[in-house]
Design a protein around this ligand. Structure first.
Ligand SMILES: Cc1cc2nc3c(=O)[nH]c(=O)nc-3n(C[C@H](O)[C@H](O)[C@H](O)COP(=O)(O)O)c2cc1C
Ligand code: SF4
Length: 685
């Protein structure tokens, strides 16, 4: 096999899209990170995209679904492409990305029924037909002729704004949004000139394309991100989808097709378009390649192509012209630069956790589960720079995600780092979570850090339960306590000694019972994973939770695999109930379940195993043993921390070292919080 070098690597070959030369084949497809402020792409938004430009990407498709009209209310922080104020902000973003060699486009849309009416200007939601989208739950009105006239003009005006901002082009969103809601028989039941035949269903799209071309001229690049097969019995067929592609290409108005397969009416459907970890990689790549072969037209595509080898294959085999590696760039915005420099192995892997996307549907911003610098470019570095100050001795205790990150960052700063870990391997709770086969990719969070630590010279001492004297013997200038926590199951009125924890189930320390009650008073992954493991082992499982809906800390896409497994295995879910007591009853157990909604409400269950999930309690003995000997007595200056500035507190001038406690050693949280704790302190060591 011929060796791939930067000059022969298919991924690094420039691509000519009409007058535009894209420097390689890597792109980030449209995604709304919800970093907008007042609907505008201000500093945070710009810095996020500029980082990818610095990192070697060829094309960054900004926004996700920037809205062209006020009656397409934002569903998740969408940019307001219908306002003139957006132009200078986008211009600055585009100028800075261009300065780093990346092209910039934007996705425009009218969301149609895929939004809610109770935000922004409280305008009614509209759609071709009054059919509700379950995911966003609005009951849309049927679009009238005057609505369509207005929206056509809105598209044209928005496109003009994007041109005025100096963007390299636009892409129209045509999957699950207004334009393709007209195409799909599932959402268009009209009997006027916009419904029925394919010609009629395409009429509105043609009007929009005509109006945009009239507004921006023939040279401005315009593509479509479009569904070419809804993979849905009542939706758009593959034949119709490919026919639509051909007809749109034939107009001569379109410059590229960005191919989608599947529909997004529900979370379950969306997870097939944007697969999460444990699901097949690149499931629609061959289909996108088929469309390219049939249309002989530039094709872009993204769907879980999260490793460079698959991306390279996609280009080398002529399946795609541009490869979307969208979440992969959220995890590591420097993919292109690392490939070009022969440092592919240093790419921080996207582990498919989809924490990023799930957060925006819960009203948050997109954050990567293990890259806390993403979206925080103003204060957090993606590339750790060597210290200009003294080289220090840093002792980190605990090799879970927090400790590994602290060790990695400290060592990359140039310090001498020793990392103590009581277990035989690194990873802590992440290693446990990755034992669920479906979530095994999570181990990438650990492996990447272990490799980076090794490369940076961290001395890792496993099987070492470091106490205060051992830490002091290492003569540290800085100590980071990242000892994590242990499951907190002592929350019942009676019978705490009769229960096991989620960890016991996941680790295999507790043999699965036959008839199991899981009390989830956390709402995150651990209880769900324990339930999954138990259900797959053949146990009869009931999850009881005091919440109003189950697992509220888990977003919609991560819910999907759990829901599928639970439904397949008959897992019973009981909400708004609280486990209070567990007693022995014969060979089994008797659980009493109360309710926050009435003291008289009490039920019992005869089972043979009870699992209690209530987060962790910090393992903080070491921290408190070291506190008095430290210069800062463990104190963190939160103002400095938030601003991204170094810590300078001195409470005890006699102290021998500075001391920090991070991750679950402070309080039960999650992987992102643990890693962010570490990065924001250690970047200034
Ligand atoms: C936070 C987030 C927001 C997204 N929003 C949009 C969007 O507004 N429009 C769109 O076409 N795709 C959106 N996507 C989908 C991505 O463009 C892409 O298709 C998807 O992430 C699969 O590609 P990947 O596996 O390379 O990440 C979003 C993805 C993420 C992670
Ligand atoms: S949160 Fe997960 S899916 Fe999203 S970018 Fe990070 S690693 Fe990838």
């Amino acid at each position: 096999m011929r060796e791939t070098t930067a000059s022969t690597d298919p991924l690094l070959q420039p691509y000519r899209l009409r007058h535009l030369t894209l420097r390689n084949r890597l792109m980030s497809t449209a995604h709304e990170p919800a970093y907008s402020e007042d609907g505008l792409p201000k500093d945070r938004y710009r810095l996020y995209h500029v980082e990818k430009a610095k990192g070697g990407i060829a094309l960054t498709m900004t926004a996700g679904s920037a809205i062209v009209a006020a009656d397409s209310p934002p569903a998740f922080g969408n940019l307001h492409a219908y306002r003139d104020e957006i132009v200078p902000w986008l211009k600055r973003l585009a100028d800075e990305c261009h300065a780093h060699g990346a092209a910039v486009m934007i996705q425009l849309t009218h969301l149609g029924r895929r939004t809610g009416w109770n935000t922004a200007d409280w305008l009614p939601v509209l759609a071709p037909s009054p059919i509700r989208e379950p995911a966003h739950r609005a009951f849309p009105k049927t679009a009238e002729d005057w609505d369509l006239d207005r929206i056509v003009a809105d598209y044209a005006a928005a496109a003009q704004r994007m041109q005025a901002a100096g963007l390299d082009g636009i892409e129209l969103e045509c999957y699950g949004h207004l334009l393709d809601q007209f195409w799909s028989p599932a959402t268009n039941t009209r009997d006027d000139e916009y419904g029925g035949s394919l010609d009629n269903r395409l009429r509105f799209t043609h009007r929009v394309l005509d109006a945009i071309r009239a507004a921006v001229g023939g040279d401005f690049i315009m593509g479509l991100r479009l569904v070419a097969d809804e993979d849905w019995d009542k939706g758009l067929s593959r034949e119709d989808g490919i026919e639509i592609c051909k007809r749109l290409v034939a107009t001569g108005q379109v410059d590229f097709l960005n191919i989608i397969r599947g529909h997004i009416e529900t979370d379950a459907a969306l997870s097939k378009v944007i697969p999460v970890q444990g699901m097949r990689a690149a499931p629609h790549l061959d289909f996108a390649g088929d469309v390219r072969a049939e249309t002989r037209f530039p094709v872009f595509h993204a769907a879980r192509i999260n490793d460079v080898a698959t991306a390279r294959h996609a280009v080398a085999e002529g399946k795609l012209d541009m490869v979307g590696m969208t979440r992969a760039h959220i995890a590591d915005p420097h993919i292109g630069a690392k490939i070009a420099a022969g440092r592919e192995h240093e790419i921080r892997p996207c582990v498919g956790a989809t924490y990023c996307l799930d957060r925006i549907y819960e009203g948050g911003e997109a954050l990567c589960i293990h890259n806390p610098a993403t979206g925080r470019e103003a204060t957090m570095p993606h590339v750790i720079r060597s210290t200009e100050g003294a080289r220090r001795r840093v002792v980190v205790v605990g090799a879970g995600p927090a400790g590994l990150e602290a060790a990695r960052v400290s060592a990359e700063r140039g310090h001498s780092v020793v990392l103590f870990e009581a277990a035989a391997d690194a990873g802590g709770q992440v290693r446990l979570a990755a034992r669920t086969r479906r979530r095994s990719e999570l181990i990438g969070i650990v492996d990447w850090r272990v490799e980076r630590c090794e490369a940076a010279g961290v001395e890792m001492r496993f099987n070492t339960l470091a106490d205060a004297s051992e830490v002091r013997a290492a003569e540290p200038d800085i100590v980071v306590v990242a000892t994590g926590g242990l499951p907190n199951t002592a929350i019942l009125e009676e019978g705490g000694d009769l229960v096991v924890s989620s960890w016991d189930i996941l680790s295999g320390d507790a043999k699965p019972g036959g008839d199991v009650l899981i009390f989830d008073d956390n709402g995150a992954h651990p209880a769900m994973q324990a339930a999954e493991q138990l259900a797959l082992s053949g146990a009869k499982v009931e999850i009881v939770t005091p919440e109003r809906f189950f697992a509220p800390e888990i977003g919609g896409l991560n819910h999907v695999p759990y829901a599928e497994i639970f439904q397949r295995h008959g897992v019973r879910i009981t909400i708004a109930r609280r486990l209070t007591n567990v007693r022995r009853a014969g060979n089994g157990l008797l659980a009493t379940i109360g309710s926050d909604y009435g003291e008289a409400i009490r039920e019992t269950r005869a089972i043979d195993q009870v699992v209690v999930e209530h987060g962790t309690l910090p393992l903080d003995d070491l921290y408190f043993a070291l506190r008095e000997g430290s210069e800062n007595r463990g104190e963190v200056d939160y103002r400095a921390l938030i601003a991204g500035h170094p810590q300078t507190i001195v409470r005890n001038p006699e102290g021998d070292y500075r001391l920090y406690r991070i991750g679950d050693a402070v309080a039960s949280r999650n992987i992102h919080a643990a890693i962010y704790d570490a990065l924001r302190l250690a970047k200034d060591f």
